[in-house]
Design a protein around this ligand. Structure first.
Ligand code: NAD
Length: 297
């Protein structure tokens, strides 16, 4: 595989992943609708392209890190999309889109001889910066062997299976747990604070006990107890992930009553706090409902 790849979507996750590839010696051709994001990568040595099609005419492998399935569909299959590129052979999607979108996009790309790889990631902005993401790849095994050396620069690479969408199923299962632990930990801490407990002590105890999750280990100490609400993922995207998980589970006849309650709580957060707000603000919704503030004493 040549060491020149395309990268489309340079947001919270895309920018640090693209930077790591540059640091590892890859030449990057990049595109994003936000000029400031492109300029930041160009300053690190990337070349800017005028459209997704232009990226896909410059390289044989294009990576995507975009918000949702509709945008991934538009960027890959729409007018001036990656599919119109003259050189592209592989489109590797790092976004969270759900298995059905991944399958549909892979089928449309394959009609043009392009392989669609789903490779969603987990581990947040910190993982993207440090190169410690969990990378969940679904693609033909031979292609996996070619892609793995590059993907190792962004994290721990897992081969999930050959069928398009398998990586997405893995990712949605993971994010359901992440979404659930944030929602439930917010409720548990608000419950204690209302009864007079110190939230920082609660977090320490939970982290030494059986309630420990990434919410208590990372998100509460960094962004909620400090009141910075700046972990690096939006409420709108978390709501999208749980909603996608339920849609896929519904299509597969897997009842998910817990996920249904979790989805409703994320919908309320996105609607009442704002879809662009950091996802740690789910604690603010719970605080509002409970009439308490989760603040370090
Ligand atoms: P983000 O909104 O910060 O970044 C998305 C980028 O895509 C933005 O820079 C935006 O300008 C760009 N974009 C939007 N429409 C575009 C278009 N039509 N053409 C080109 N660029 C376009 O989102 P993010 O947090 O970086 O997440 C990206 C994906 O990764 C999402 O699918 C998300 O669910 C997933 N994800 C995020 C995290 C996280 O912690 N932030 C972790 C794992 C997975």
């Amino acid at each position: 595989m040549e060491k020149h790849v395309g990268f489309i979507g340079l947001g919270n996750m895309g920018a640090p992943m693209a930077s790591r590839l540059i640091d590892a010696g890859y030449q990057l051709t990049v595109y994003d609708v936000r000029k400031a994001c492109v300029d930041a990568l160009v300053a690190k040595g990337a070349s800017a392209a005028a459209s997704p099609a232009a990226v896909a005419s410059a390289v044989d492998t294009v990576l995507l890190s975009l918000p949702d399935p509709a945008i991934v569909r538009q960027v890959t299959l729409g007018a001036d999309g990656v599919i119109a590129g003259t050189r592209v052979k592989t489109v590797l999607d790092l976004s969270t889109t759900g298995a059905r979108a991944a399958q549909e996009i892979a089928a449309a790309l394959s009609a043009k001889g392009i392989i669609g790889v789903d490779s969603p990631v987990s581990g947040g902005v910190t993982g993207a910066v440090k190169g410690t993401l969990a990378v969940m790849v679904a693609c033909p095994q031979a292609l996996f062997a070619e892609l793995e050396p590059m993907l190792k620069h962004i994290g721990n690479v897992f081969f999930i299976g050959e069928r398009p969408g398998m990586g997405q199923t893995m990712k949605l299962a993971n994010n359901l747990l992440s979404a659930t632990s944030m929602a439930a930990t917010s409720e548990a801490i608000a419950f204690g604070v209302k009864a007079g407990l110190d939230p920082a002590t609660m977090v320490d105890v939970i982290n030494a006990g059986s309630g420990r999750t990434t919410a208590s280990e990372a998100k509460f100490p960094k962004s909620i107890l400090t009141r910075t609400f700046d972990f690096g993922f939006t409420t709108g995207l978390m709501y999208k992930d749980v909603k996608l998980c339920l849609e896929e589970a519904g299509a597969a006849n897997v009842p998910m009553p817990v996920a249904t309650a979790v989805r409703d709580q994320w919908r309320r957060t996105a609607e009442s706090i704002g879809p662009e707000k950091d996802f740690t603000t789910i604690a603010q919704l719970v605080e509002r409902d409970a009439g308490v503030e989760i603040k370090k004493r």
